[in-house]
Design a binder for this molecule. Structure first.
Ligand code: KIV
Length: 265
């Protein structure tokens, strides 16, 4: 069986909602971690523009470029055999007109082996979503807290305008999006939106009523700068494990314990 036959497709991903099966997504940004995440049998891997913060060390997601997203998506796309891989369209790669958005998203699909793009927005991006979908590019929309609009929103705040959130989700669905990320909105609102649309909702800080969940890998693994956001859960303390392992190696080098005879030729 070849790679394409085994990998989860966009229609299979979208159909999980109707089948009542919860969807699990995690971010990944490089080949090594993408392989490990894929081995855990999650349904979706997101090459998120969060890499701007957790990989590149920027204070927000605005600086990462299309070139850099394509590079990281390529690393991930080369590793994944099972999950559907979705790539974030970075700011402002989909704000320059439908034609330019198709050109940019087309580059992502052509160069990375990934199968879909994600873009932040609902109602105001309906035309772009429809344009991409008409070009055969599957789109995951992203409503609620939109980190690329951080300056306009005035901070990373829970978004509470239920009417607007519902309208955004419905506009994204009507435009042809195959799924919607709901970020940092009240659980009750997310559950209402989930009931109102036929496409899967993927929550992050949106409660258990969504059709699936997505987490930033570094938050999930406990590789951080000492802060796990309220909406995340650390399932490991890999940050400490890494520091302890490197410190042990340092001690072994200093004491002459490493390399041992078994490491020498
Ligand atoms: O970039 C990202 O990691 C995301 C998730 C937080 C949904 O958009």
């Amino acid at each position: 069986m070849n790679r394409e036959e085994r990998q989860i497709t966009v229609p299979q991903f979208a159909a999980m909602k109707a089948a009542g099966r919860k969807i699990t997504m995690v971010t990944a940004y490089d080949h090594a971690f993408a392989r490990l995440v894929d081995a855990a049998n999650v349904e979706g891997i997101l090459v998120g523009d969060s890499l701007s913060m957790v990989v590149q060390g920027h204070p927000n997601t605005l600086p990462v470029t299309l070139e850099e997203m394509v590079y990281h998506a390529e690393l991930v796309g080369r590793a994944v055999r099972h999950a559907l891989v979705v790539v974030d369209m970075p700011f402002p790669s989909f704000h320059l007109g439908v034609h330019k958005a198709i050109e940019n998203a087309g580059r992502i699909l052509k160069e990375t082996r990934c199968q879909a793009v994600k873009l932040e927005g609902g109602m105001e991006q309906a035309e772009v979503i429809a344009g991409l979908v008409s070009a055969g590019i599957p789109v995951m929309a992203h409503c609620g807290l939109r980190p690329q609009s951080i300056h306009q929103l005035g901070g990373y705040r829970v978004q509470r305008d239920e009417r607007q959130l519902l309208a955004d989700a419905q506009a994204a669905e009507h435009a042809g999006a195959f799924a919607i990320v709901l970020e940092c909105i009240p659980a009750e609102t997310a559950a209402k939106i989930t009931a109102a649309v036929r496409i899967p909702t993927i929550g992050i800080g949106a409660g258990a009523g969504c059709d699936g969940q997505v987490l930033v890998l570094h938050d999930l693994l406990g590789i951080d700068t000492g802060y796990t956001p309220r909406h995340a859960k650390a399932y490991a303390n890999l940050g400490k494990t890494v520091v302890d392992a490197v410190a042990q190696y340092r001690d072994d080098v200093r004491s002459g314990t490493f390399p041992g005879a078994e490491n020498a030729f």
